[in-house]
Design a protein around this ligand. Structure first.
Ligand SMILES: [Zn+2]
Length: 251
C-alpha cells in the first residue's frame, strides 16, 4: 500500500470514528508518532501541506473519472495554503475568513490555522474533517466549471435559497468523493461524517466568493441545516456519480 492509500485509509478510518493514527500505525513498520512532539512548526506545516495535496490529488482522480464519463476534461483547481493573509482573485483574505473557493481564479484557499483548530478540537479526527472541507471546496470548483452555480443564480438570484442549494450540492459532491474513497476497500457509514461536518462548520464555514476585488467578505447565508447537509452528503455518497448531485429534490 502506497502513502496515498495509507492516508486515504486513515481518513476513512477516521470518518468511521477510529483514530487515523491507529490505522497508520497498524499499516506501517515505523510509527508516524515518532518525533511529532519535537517537530518544528515548519515541519508540522509541511505535514499539513502534504496531507492537503494528497486529498486534493484524490479529488482530482475522482473528478477526472467523472468528467471523462461525460467526455469532458476536468480542469483541476489549484490550492493555496497560507497563514495570516493572502491575496486571491476574489480579493485579499485574512485567516478569519475561513476556507473558501474563488471561482474567478479557480483556486481553493485554506488557512493552515484552520487545520490547527480542527486538530485541537477533534484530535486525530481533525484530519477527517479537514479532508471533508477540501472535498467540499473542490465541490464548488466542480459547480463553477460545469456552470451549475450560474444556473442556480439565474433561478434564485442572490437569495439565501440559491446559496444554500449551492452549499448542499458541494456537500453532495464531497459525498461522491467519499464514495470513491470507500471503493478503495474501506467501509463507512455516511452518517458517521456528521460529526466531522458539524465540527468543520463550527470552526468556520467556508465562504463561496463570487465578487472580485476588495476584501473577501464573510457571507451571511447559512449552509443549510445539519440534517440537510448530511442528507446531501448521503445522496452523493450513495449515488457515487456526478449526476447523483444534479437533482436537489431530495434535500
Ligand atoms: Zn461551501
Amino acid at each position: 500500500m502506497g502513502i496515498g492509500g495509507l492516508v486515504i485509509g486513515a481518513i476513512i478510518y477516521g470518518l468511521m470514528g477510529g483514530n487515523p493514527l491507529d490505522y497508520i500505525a497498524s499499516n506501517t513498520e515505523s510509527s508516524r508518532m515518532t518525533g511529532s512532539s519535537t517537530a518544528s512548526n515548519n515541519s508540522a506545516d509541511e505535514d499539513k501541506k502534504n496531507f492537503a495535496s494528497v486529498v486534493l490529488a484524490d479529488t482530482e482522480d475522482v473528478w477526472t473519472d467523472q468528467f471523462s464519463k461525460r467526455s469532458a476534461q476536468y480542469p483541476a483547481p489549484q490550492m493555496v495554503l497560507f497563514r495570516g493573509r493572502t491575496k486571491s482573485g476574489c480579493g485579499s483574505a485574512s485567516s478569519q475568513v475561513g476556507p473558501f473557493y474563488c471561482p474567478l481564479d479557480h483556486r481553493v484557499y485554506l488557512d493552515l490555522g484552520f487545520f490547527d483548530e480542527l486538530s485541537s478540537k477533534l484530535g486525530a479526527r481533525g484530519d477527517a474533517a479537514a479532508a471533508y472541507v477540501i472535498a467540499h471546496e473542490v465541490g464548488h470548483h466542480v459547480q463553477t466549471v460545469l456552470g451549475l452555480n450560474r444556473q442556480v443564480q439565474e433561478q434564485y438570484g442572490r437569495s439565501n435559497k440559491g446559496s444554500v442549494l449551492q452549499e448542499l450540492q458541494a456537500d453532495c459532491f464531497a459525498g461522491v468523493w467519499a464514495s470513491h474513497m470507500q471503493k478503495l476497500g474501506n467501509v463507512f457509514e455516511a452518517g458517521d461524517i456528521q460529526e466531522a461536518m458539524g465540527a468543520a462548520s463550527a470552526v468556520g464555514d467556508d465562504r463561496l466568493q463570487s465578487l472580485g476585488g476588495g476584501e473577501v467578505q464573510p457571507e451571511t447565508f447559512t449552509h443549510g441545516s445539519s440534517a440537510q447537509r448530511v442528507g446531501a452528503f448521503r445522496q452523493g455518497f450513495e449515488g457515487g456519480e456526478l449526476r447523483s448531485c444534479l437533482q436537489a429534490s431530495d434535500w
